[in-house]
Design a protein around this ligand. Structure first.
Ligand code: SF4
Ligand code: SF4
Length: 443
């Protein structure tokens, strides 16, 4: 009987790692496939060996094993540490003119450049460092690939053609809607259109930039007209991202800016057709800080790399936002402090970042709140060398694994237990490597 129990345990153990190997193979993760196959072969050996021990010794070991399993299960279920939710906003509004894409745009205007650096002299030396490099999407950059760069440019061209349609005129007669029905309809339709998630929040001033930093409206104050923000996320292809920093990452980035932007436009036009004022916030034409709206709409938390860490795909998403005066039901955001606790110990993104732009130390007080802040100049400077987005940080993040049973089991454990978070990080390093290398992608 004891022998049978040992054989069952051996089979269960082996089956788990065979499953892990199959999933890893389908995810094109060679290291994880190899290591889980090795464990599928070796991990049942102690159980099989124990099955051949004298019955009494076998029983004693079985009781010890069961006791250890129960203790481990209990330990993994205990949160250990009550995680405090820190203050997330001091009300500070970001000025879009300080973002890197705005600082890139003003290089085309001597007048704006002069004014900007007169008002922000601390940025001058930092910006000179990336301004002397080849530049984003440059044919002389180190990662230039003619087809991929042309494909990315094609996506950006289409986005540019959409930028003038972000504020559709609302129909004169408002259709009276049940708030809950309208919210459910919008979220479901967003998902039907390709979003992986959608959420709603009541907008606060800090969701909006203080001033515009792009295009003809450069320097304009941002007025707050809308009460509700709908945030949507779309998935970025895992393989195209894992190839980065390389041309496919740029292609994927542009593609998902376009996909998220086009969904946002359709939703904004829907609101207008129902008689409500609405605006889509898409690449190159934002009035809101998308990650903050998405966070407050319950789509995730802001992690070490300063990006939205979503529930099912971590940072491997692009975000777009629609703001509107259509009455909607705001999501009840549940703070998830476990993400920040995991970021505290993980630091994987910071260790692989080729621009050394992600902090490895603790959060710091910035504009009245404690958070991590990446060095955006160093990040952008690296992009200007390669000519592409980099995306290494998103790609290696343990939260970025695909949304499937295996990884969702780990995500569940991470949410539940302090101890499991430590073990999950160790497992992630073991199966995927502490510093995974970019993959070679045929495209
Ligand atoms: S890689 Fe690690 S530290 Fe960086 S954002 Fe992801 S979980 Fe946080
Ligand atoms: S995109 Fe690349 S350079 Fe920028 S923070 Fe992420 S890893 Fe670093």
């Amino acid at each position: 009987m004891i022998q049978i129990i040992y054989f069952i345990l051996a089979a269960l153990n082996s089956s788990f790692f065979i499953w892990y190997a199959m999933v890893s193979y389908s995810e094109k993760e060679p290291l994880a496939t190899m290591r889980s196959l090795l464990l599928a072969i070796t991990s049942p050996i102690p159980f099989i060996a124990a099955g051949y021990l004298p019955q009494e010794t076998g029983l004693t070991i079985l009781i010890i094993l069961l006791t250890l399993t129960i203790v481990a299960a209990v330990l993994f279920y205990i949160p250990f540490k009550r995680l405090a939710v820190e203050n997330e906003s001091s009300g500070y509004r970001i000025d879009e003119r300080n973002t890197m894409f705005s600082r890139l745009e003003i290089t085309q205007s001597p007048e704006k450049t002069k004014t900007y650096y007169a008002e922000n002299p601390e940025h001058l030396a930092l910006d000179k460092k990336w301004q002397i490099k080849h530049g984003l999407m440059s044919s002389s950059s180190s990662m230039y690939e003619v087809k991929a760069f042309a494909a990315a440019e094609a996506s950006f061209n289409v986005i540019a053609s959409l930028r003038n349609s972000v504020s559709p005129a609302p129909l004169a007669i408002k259709k009276i809607l049940n708030t809950k029905d309208a919210t459910v309809f919008i979220k479901n339709w967003a998902k039907k259109l390709g979003a992986i998630d959608a959420g709603v929040c009541e907008l606060k001033p800090y969701h909006f930039y203080s001033h515009r930093g792009r295009g003809k409206v450069y320097g304009d104050k941002v007025e707050i007209h809308h009460q509700y923000g709908i945030a949507i996320t779309v998935e970025m292809d895992k393989d195209y991202l894992a190839a980065g920093p390389a041309a496919p990452t740029l292609m994927e980035s542009a593609q998902q800016y376009l996909n998220s932007g086009s969904i946002a436009l359709q939703l904004a036009h829907f609101c207008a057709n129902m008689g409500y004022s609405a605006r889509a916030h898409i690449d190159g034409n934002y009035e809101v800080v998308c990650p903050l709206v998405a966070r407050d709409a319950g789509l995730g938390e802001i992690g070490r790399m300063g990006l939205l860490m979503t529930h099912s795909l971590g940072p491997r998403v692009r975000i777009a936002v629609i703001t509107t005066d259509m009455p909607l039901l705001a999501d009840d955001r549940k703070h998830d402090a476990t993400v920040l606790d995991f970021c505290d110990i993980c630091k994987k993104c910071a260790e692989v970042c080729p621009g050394q732009a992600i902090p490895t130390d603790d959060k710091k007080e910035i504009h009245g709140i404690r958070r991590w802040q990446i060095n955006q100049e160093e990040c952008f400077s690296y992009w200007c060398t390669t000519g592409t987005d980099c995306g290494r940080c998103m790609s290696v993040c343990p939260y970025s694994h695909p949304n499937n049973r295996l990884h969702n089991l780990v995500r569940w454990g991470i949410k539940k237990s302090w101890l499991f978070r430590r073990m999950a990080l160790w497992m992630d390093d073991f199966f995927y490597g502490r510093k995974p290398k970019p993959i070679k992608l045929k495209f």
